[in-house]
Design a protein around this ligand. Structure first.
Ligand code: NAD
Length: 302
């Protein structure tokens, strides 16, 4: 039976480190780090994320300021707000909550944020620094996954790693961070031939695809470490029956509520094959906010 890598517990450790860093700044007479969160429109999931980010900031002593813009905000107004935040000496980090409403160009907004305040690590300057292996602000989800792996003593040097998914926010930066730690990295994606065979080569499998239960137990090499980044809501009873076949309690919860969250990996099956696996929820999810706050402290400390 695999060890469950508890993301909530590791997020608590990361947040405590940030809290101590904020205290250390205050002890030197410096102000608390300031994070500006920009939310455009009224997407319910984004509102929950923004609320969670504000609560986490309060917990560690970071000042957070929310800027809410209406659904019909023109790009020029968003540009103007980003410019003002770039120039504000009390703001160390700027986060534009994605997705943006239709009609707004997310790349243009992200590229407008000053690289020094780009706490999401999505600016091409920071992505370029990562590519070169130089210090910079790095994307929160993969850097928090790296922190989790380091905490659990996963030796990456020479390890065969497969990253499933090639997004700019998770898959690609995760692959670069693993490469930096001397893993042998394969990036697999929707066009990869014989995905199960590629996954079976992995000593470390990172799934960041957004397809519920895509990775079956038979895709996992015995003894592998599995990091499941995917967060998916399942509502189809047939799919739930397949994904949760080895998790009777989860299936019961699904049947009573009519929906359940799951990762890209079939957790119940992975438990029987892997040496360690992150759950969903309670795995990578809580780590991402902790990574964001660590970046905000880093940006404040320059
Ligand atoms: P994305 O949609 O930008 O990218 C998905 C990637 O998966 C693409 O590169 C695509 O090629 C690949 N893919 C799609 N279908 C595939 C298939 N059938 N087989 C193989 N590869 C396939 O997604 P993203 O933003 O990287 O997010 C991925 C998942 O991670 C989502 O479920 C998202 O909700 C979750 N996520 C979680 C956190 C967190 O905090 N835990 C953070 C970011 C993203």
């Amino acid at each position: 039976m695999a060890t469950i890598l508890d993301g909530k517990a590791h997020a608590d450790r990361m947040l405590e480190t940030v809290r101590l860093g904020v205290e250390a700044r205050k002890a030197q007479g410096l102000r608390a780090p300031g994070l500006a969160v920009v939310l455009v429109g009224d997407d319910p999931a984004s509102q929950v994320y923004v609320r969670n980010k504000s609560a986490a900031c309060a917990r560690v002593g970071i000042t957070s300021l929310e800027h809410r813009l209406s659904l019909d905000t023109p790009q020029a107004n968003l540009d103007g707000l980003i410019d003002r935040l770039n120039a504000d000496p009390d703001i160390d980090g700027i986060l534009v909550q994605l997705p943006l409403p239709q009609g707004l160009d997310a790349k243009r907004a992200l590229h407008r944020i000053s690289p020094a305040k780009d706490v999401d690590g999505f600016h091409p300057m920071n992505q370029g620094l990562l590519l070169e292996g130089l210090p910079g602000l790095r994307p929160c989800t993969p850097s928090a996954c790296m922190s989790l792996l380091a905490h659990h003593g996963v030796a990456l040097k020479g390890l065969r790693a497969v990253v499933l998914g090639r997004s700019e926010i998770v898959g690609k930066p995760m692959a670069l961070m693993l490469l930096e730690q001397h893993a042998t990295v394969t990036i697999a994606h929707s066009r990869t031939r014989d995905l199960p065979a590629v996954c079976r080569e992995a000593d470390l499998l990172v799934a960041a695809v957004g397809r519920p239960g895509l990775v079956e137990g038979s895709w996992i090499k015995p003894g592998a470490v599995v990091v499941d980044v995917g967060i998916n809501r399942v509502e189809d009873p047939g799919l739930a029956a397949r994904i949760f076949a080895c998790e009777p309690k989860k299936l019961e919860t699904f049947q009573s509520k009519g929906a359940a969250l799951c990762g890209d990996v079939r957790f119940g099956e992975a438990l029987q094959v892997a040496s360690a696996v992150t759950p969903v929820p309670g795995g990578v999810g809580p780590l991402t906010i902790a990574g964001l706050l660590a970046n905000t402290l880093q940006a404040a400390n320059g």
